[in-house]
Design a protein around this ligand. Structure first.
Ligand code: SF4
Ligand code: SF4
Length: 689
C-alpha cells in the first residue's frame, strides 16, 4: 500500500494533556493503545480498514510499545487469534467488516464465546448496514444473541467511542466474555476530538513475553465436550449477571432526562440522527437538550431488565428506535416489561419501518406518529412542514430533471480488470453467454453495464464454489471470476481444492492485480512474490493454467476462448495479470511530480478519438465502459449522433487501442504522446513535423 498515514501515526503517539482531533475509527485505534492492548489483528473492509492500515504502518511504534499487529488473511484467522486471551490476561482486539466478516469468523467466535476469556477481547465491527452499505443487509446483533457475546453500539461522538473501547475491555474481563463493538459508517467517519491519555505498554507483550503455557492446566478452558456443557451454563448463570452488574455500576448506558412522560429508547449509534429528528420536530435545542427523555443504549446486548423497567415505569408510553430487522431489542424489552408488570405502552416497529436505515426523515415521521397517539399536546408541526418541504423539493427536482439515468459504480480509469471483461464480452459474441459466478471485489463492477456479467454473488472467494452446482447442469462451461484477494481469503480452498477433489470442470479467471484492492489496496501474500498464485495452483494439481497480460485484449480473448472450448476436462485457470491502476498511479504520481519539478522530460501517453472518423455507433464505449471514454456533440452540422471522445483523465492504459484492434472497430482511435519539459530535440522534431 502506497498511501502513507504519517499524520495518523503521529496522533497515535499523543499523551496526557494532548487533544486528539480526527475521525471515529482512528479514535478507536488510539483508545486500544490507551487500554493496554497486547495484540491487534483483523481483515480489511470498509469502514474499519483504517484501523488496521494505520497500525500496520505504525509497526515501529507498536514495537516500541510491545504491541503485536497481525494483518490476518481472513476474519476467521483474526477471530481465532483472540484465543490468546483465553488462557492469558492479555488484551486483544480484532476488526473486520460486518455482517460478512462476522459470518466468516463465526466458527472461531462460537468457540471463543464458549470457552470465555481471561484477558479482555474487543471485536470492532464495521457495521455496513443501511444506505451506502455494500454487503448483504443483516445485523451483527444476531451473532451476539446466539453466542452470548456482548454488543456495544456507542453514541457517535469521539469521547463516548473512546470510553466504550476502554470500558469494553473491562466489561469483557469482568464477565469473561468477548465484547463486540459495532460502528456504523457514519460513526467511523465522524470527526471530533477527545482528551488523550498516555498509551499503556501491555504487561504481556512482544517485549515482556510469557515464560510458557499456564502453570495450571485447566481443561475447562477448551471448548470441547464435556467442558462445553458447563460453559453453556456459565454463560447464563455467571457471565450474563456479571455483565449486567458491570453495565449498571459503570453506567454504560445513558439516560437523558426530559420534561414529558413519554420516552425514547434508542440504539446508541442512532443517537445523533435522533437528535436531528427531535430538533426538526421542535423538541430539542441545538445543544441536544430534549423534551422527551431518552435512554441511549451504548450496550445493546445484554440489556439490563432493571434499567429498562426503571426507565419505562415512569412513562405513559415508550418508543424503541432499533434499526433493521427483526426487532431483537424491542422484543426483549417487551418481555422485561411484561414480566415486571410495567404498564407503559411499548411501541417500535409499529411506528417505524422494519427494514432499512433510520434516516432523519424516517425518524421524524415515526416519532410524530408515536407522539400523535401519546402526547398530542406537543406541537410537532415544524416536523410536518419539514417533511412536506422535503417531499416538494424531491418532486420539483424530479419534474425539472426527469428520470435520471442510474450511475452504477465502475472500475477506476485504466483498471486492468476492464480489458478482461471486454475480452469475455467479445468471446461471448462467438460462443454464446456462459453462466458467470462473480466474487466480492472490484471485478464485481462488471455486473453493471456495459458488461452485465455476473449471474451470482455468494461471498468473498466463493465464486468458483458457487459454480459447482451450475456446471454439471450446463451445456456451456461456467465461468468463475475471482480477485487475488478473494483467492487467498477463501477461494483457494473453497473453490479450487473442492473443484479438484470433485474432478470438476469450468473456467476460473483470477484477477492478479497484486492487492486486496476494493478494500484500499492492502497487501496480500502474493503482492511481492511474482508466481505464488501460479505455483500454488500447479502444486495443488491444476493442469490447465495460463497467465495473460490483461491489457492484451486479443490474447486474452484467444486464451479465454480456448479455455471455454477445449475438449480437455478439468479446471481451467486463467491468471489475468495487471497491477491495480489505483495503486500504480499512487506510485507514479509523486515520481512524475518530482521529475517535472526538476525540469526533467516526461512523456505521458493519452488516447484520443478522431471526431471526423468516428461513426457515432459507440461500440467502443459498450466494450470498455471507461469513464474517460465518453461522448460529445458532433462537430459536423450534417451529423446528429454524438461522437466518442477521450477526456483529460485518460491514463493511457491502452485498452482503447486494444479494443479497436481486437473488435475491429472503426479506425478513429489514435495514441498521442504528451511531452512535458520537452528537450531542444523534441522542439526541433515538432517544428520539422
Ligand atoms: S482499485 Fe484497482 S482493481 Fe479496483 S477498480 Fe480501481 S484500478 Fe481496478
Ligand atoms: S486508453 Fe481508453 S480505456 Fe484506457 S484510460 Fe484512456 S480512455 Fe480509458
Amino acid at each position: 500500500m502506497e498511501r502513507q498515514f504519517t499524520k495518523e501515526i503521529e496522533s497515535l503517539r499523543l499523551g496526557e494533556g494532548d487533544t486528539f482531533h480526527g475521525e471515529g475509527i482512528l479514535a478507536v485505534t488510539k483508545a486500544l493503545l490507551q487500554s493496554g492492548v497486547s495484540y491487534v489483528g483483523g481483515y480489511q473492509g470498509a469502514p474499519v480498514s483504517h484501523l488496521l492500515d494505520v497500525m500496520v504502518q505504525a509497526r515501529d511504534y507498536m514495537d516500541e510499545l510491545g504491541v503485536h499487529v497481525e494483518a490476518c488473511t481472513s476474519e476467521a484467522a483474526a477471530a481465532a487469534m483472540l484465543g490468546a486471551s483465553i488462557n492469558y490476561p492479555a488484551r486483544g482486539a480484532v476488526t473486520w467488516k460486518s455482517i460478512v466478516g462476522t459470518n466468516v469468523a463465526a466458527d472461531a467466535l462460537s468457540y471463543l464465546a464458549s470457552a470465555g476469556v481471561m484477558g479482555g477481547t474487543l471485536i470492532v465491527l464495521g457495521e455496513d448496514y443501511g444506505e451506502g452499505g455494500v454487503v448483504a443487509q443483516e445485523r451483527s446483533h444476531a451473532f451476539a444473541l446466539k453466542s452470548l457475546m456482548w454488543l456495544l453500539d456507542p453514541r457517535p461522538n469521539l469521547e463516548t467511542i473512546v470510553q466504550m473501547v476502554e470500558r469494553g475491555f473491562e466489561l469483557s474481563e469482568a464477565s469473561n466474555t468477548p465484547v463486540m463493538m459495532e460502528l456504523r459508517i457514519r460513526a467511523c467517519h465522524v470527526q471530533g476530538s477527545f482528551a488523550a491519555k498516555k498509551n499503556v505498554s501491555p504487561a504481556i507483550s512482544t517485549r515482556s513475553k510469557l515464560d510458557g503455557p499456564p502453570k495450571e492446566f485447566i481443561y475447562d478452558r477448551l471448548a470441547h465436550p464435556p467442558a462445553t456443557f458447563r460453559q453453556e451454563k456459565l454463560k447464563s448463570d455467571v457471565r450474563l449477571p456479571a455483565a449486567r452488574k458491570f453495565i449498571v455500576e459503570r453506567r454504560l448506558n445513558e439516560v437523558f432526562p426530559g420534561t414529558e412522560n413519554v420516552g425514547l429508547i434508542v440504539q446508541g449509534g442512532l443517537y445523533n440522527g435522533l437528535l436531528r429528528a427531535l430538533r426538526t420536530l421542535g423538541l430539542a435545542d441545538p445543544f441536544g437538550a430534549s423534551r422527551l427523555p431518552i435512554l441511549a443504549l451504548n450496550v445493546v446486548y445484554p440489556l439490563v431488565p432493571e434499567e429498562i423497567n426503571a426507565f419505562c415505569s415512569s412513562k405513559k408510553a415508550v418508543l424503541v428506535l432499533e434499526e433493521g430487522q427483526p426487532e431483537f431489542i424491542e422484543q426483549e424489552i417487551s418481555t422485561f416489561l411484561r414480566r415486571a408488570d410495567v404498564q407503559s405502552r411499548l411501541h417500535g416497529k409499529d411506528c417505524m419501518h422494519m427494514a432499512g436505515e433510520y434516516t432523519a426523515e424516517a425518524l421524524v415521521r415515526g416519532i410524530a406518529k408515536f407522539l400523535a397517539e401519546h402526547a398530542p399536546h406537543l406541537d410537532t408541526s415544524s416536523g410536518a412542514s419539514w417533511l412536506q418541504e422535503t417531499k416538494s423539493l424531491r418532486e420539483r427536482a424530479g419534474a425539472l430533471l426527469g428520470a435520471l439515468p442510474q450511475r452504477p459504480p465502475t472500475f477506476c480509469v485504466g483498471c486492468p480488470e476492464r480489458p478482461v471483461f471486454s475480452a469475455m464480452k467479445l468471446v461471448a459474441q462467438d460462443i454464446g453467454r456462459p453462466h458467470v459466478s462473480m466474487d466480492v471485489g472490484c471485478h464485481a463492477f462488471a455486473s453493471f453495464e456495459p458488461f452485465s456479467q455476473g449471474n451470482t454473488l455468494l461471498g468473498y472467494g466463493m465464486s468458483l464454489a458457487s459454480a459447482a452446482g451450475v456446471g454439471p447442469m450446463s451445456a456451456r462451461r461456467p465461468v468463475a471470476v475471482m480477485g487475488d484477494g478473494g483467492f487467498w481469503h477463501n477461494g483457494l480452498l473453497s473453490g479450487v481444492a473442492s473443484n479438484l477433489l470433485n474432478r470438476g470442470d469450468g473456467v476460473l479467471v483470477v484477477m492478479k492485480n497484486g492487492y486486496a484492492s476494493a478494500t484500499g489496496t492492502q497487501e496480500i501474500v502474493s503482492t511481492h512474490a511474482d508466481r505464488t498464485i501460479e505455483d500454488t495452483l500447479t502444486g495443488l494439481g491444476v493442469k490447465w493454467l495460463r497467465t495473460v497480460d490483461n491489457y492484451r485484449v486479443g490474447e486474452m480473448a484467444r486464451v479465454y476462448k480456448e479455455a471455454m472450448t477445449t475438449p480437455e476436462k478439468g479446471l481451467k485457470v486463467i491468471v489475468a495479470e495487471g497491477e491495480c491502476q489505483l495503486e500504480r498511479q499512487r506510485k507514479l504520481r509523486p515520481q512524475v511530480a518530482t521529475k517535472l519539478s526538476k525540469g526533467e522530460r516526461h512523456v505521458r501517453v493519452k488516447y484520443g478519438v478522431d471526431e471526423d472518423t468516428c461513426t457515432g455507433d459507440h461500440s467502443c464505449i459498450r466494450l470498455s465502459g471507461c469513464p474517460t471514454l465518453t461522448v460529445k456533440d458532433n462537430p459536423d452540422p450534417l451529423r446528429r449522433d454524438p461522437v466518442a471522445t477521450v477526456i483529460d483523465g485518460c491514463v493511457g492504459c491502452g485498452l482503447c487501442g486494444e479494443n479497436a484492434h481486437a473488435a475491429v472497430l472503426c479506425p478513429s482511435f489514435y495514441r498521442a504522446e504528451v511531452i512535458q519539459n520537452p528537450t531542444v530535440w523534441d522542439r526541433l522534431v515538432r517544428k520539422i513535423l
